[in-house]
Write a protein that binds this ligand. Sequence first.
Ligand SMILES: NC(=O)c1ccc[n+]([C@@H]2O[C@H](COP(=O)([O-])OP(=O)(O)OC[C@H]3O[C@@H](n4cnc5c(N)ncnc54)[C@H](O)[C@@H]3O)[C@@H](O)[C@H]2O)c1
Ligand SMILES: O=C(O)C(=O)C[C@@H](O)[C@H](O)[C@H](O)COP(=O)(O)O
Ligand SMILES: [Zn+2]
Length: 366
Amino acid sequence: MTTTRARIATVEVGDAKPYTISIGPGLLDDGAALAATLRGRHVLLISDGNVGPLYADRVTRALRSAKPDLRVDGYVLPAGEASKTLAHFSQAIDALAAIGATRDACIVALGGGVVGDLAGFVAACWMRGIDCVQVPTTLLAMVDSSVGGKTAVDLPQGKNLVGAFHPPRAVIADTEALLTLPPRELRAGLAEVVKYGAIRDAAFLDWIEAHAAALLDGDDDALSEAVARSCRHKAEIVARDPYEHGERALLNFGHTFGHAIEAEQGFGGLNHGEAVAVGMVLAARLSARLGLAPAADAERLAVLLARLQLPVAIPAGLQAGALLERMRLDKKADAAGLRFVLWGGIGEARAVAGVPDEAVLTVLDT
Ligand SMILES: NC(=O)c1ccc[n+]([C@@H]2O[C@H](COP(=O)([O-])OP(=O)(O)OC[C@H]3O[C@@H](n4cnc5c(N)ncnc54)[C@H](O)[C@@H]3O)[C@@H](O)[C@H]2O)c1
Ligand SMILES: O=C(O)C(=O)C[C@@H](O)[C@H](O)[C@H](O)COP(=O)(O)O
Ligand SMILES: [Zn+2]
């Protein structure tokens, strides 16, 4: 497959160590792009049980074509959120030790956000930090998790509780990988795309509404535009606030509720994007209940997410009180209590402290 350079979009992330997000078709075969930031002789290619068989050989071939003396080893996780654990982190670390990876080695994270978060955390920890190139293969990973350097694994007690900030050296997003993505996973990615419109870009939300059918159909042009616009939003925010001291928390819209749902379901129920879809609707309704935003905006958001075939209600069987307890381990909470990302309406998110538990419980119960 040849790479059509003219169709590659790039987004620069102006972090302390700046890096480039390359977006376009054919990049999985583009050895020059994949290997551009490699320094040493070792690569550990981390993927999962679905992505590895589809794409690992191609990426390995492309890397070797650019650097013939490169040693490329693999570590394959079982697919799914339940693998984002310290146990798999530890196995990946063992794989690095087994190949004798030096400090100039590189992790290539080939997969969705589960692979990317775990592989990034492995890179952050091996010898106190080696390079990581993110090669996202899900829509969610292309628009969100591959960018910004949040890396983590889950604990049974909660999402992403053990991790580090460790920005990638490069992000290489081959939009053709989306052709093999199951529809449910495509929809999960659309939830995080909607998030950018919801928190900071009302015009982007209008565009998503206008292109909902094309996005759901996997239309290449619509998806490529969604990826590029989303990456520009995320890049702008993380460049200004890489360690989430302020503005970056807005990217957590819907996540205090969503993460509680994922954890309460033992990371085997709704996937992340689905849980965030429900969480965004709850955050919007909580905002309306507190008099911060028009109720009509919450309903407009719920209608859009439902059109994108995402869930908009808490799954049956989950208890409001148990979800609230889960939220106490949210990373935005501090000694003063919980903090929610709420909004003043479409495009206007803000972090809010001091939200009464009763208001949260009421929203969880309705
Ligand atoms: N670090 C961040 O900033 C950040 C941001 C958002 C989400 N996340 C994390 O990302 C994770 C969710 O990521 P996800 O939605 O990509 O899920 P995922 O990594 O579990 O991938 C979803 C499924 O799609 C399969 N898959 C991946 N690419 C494929 C392809 N091209 N073709 C066929 N199958 C493919 C995977 O094997 C898996 O079964 C969560 O753990 C979430 O917490 C992190
Ligand atoms: O990049 C960020 O910052 C985000 O919050 C993006 C979220 O979509 C993502 O799910 C993130 O992993 C959540 O972070 P956490 O700090 O709540 O664990
Ligand atoms: Zn998320």
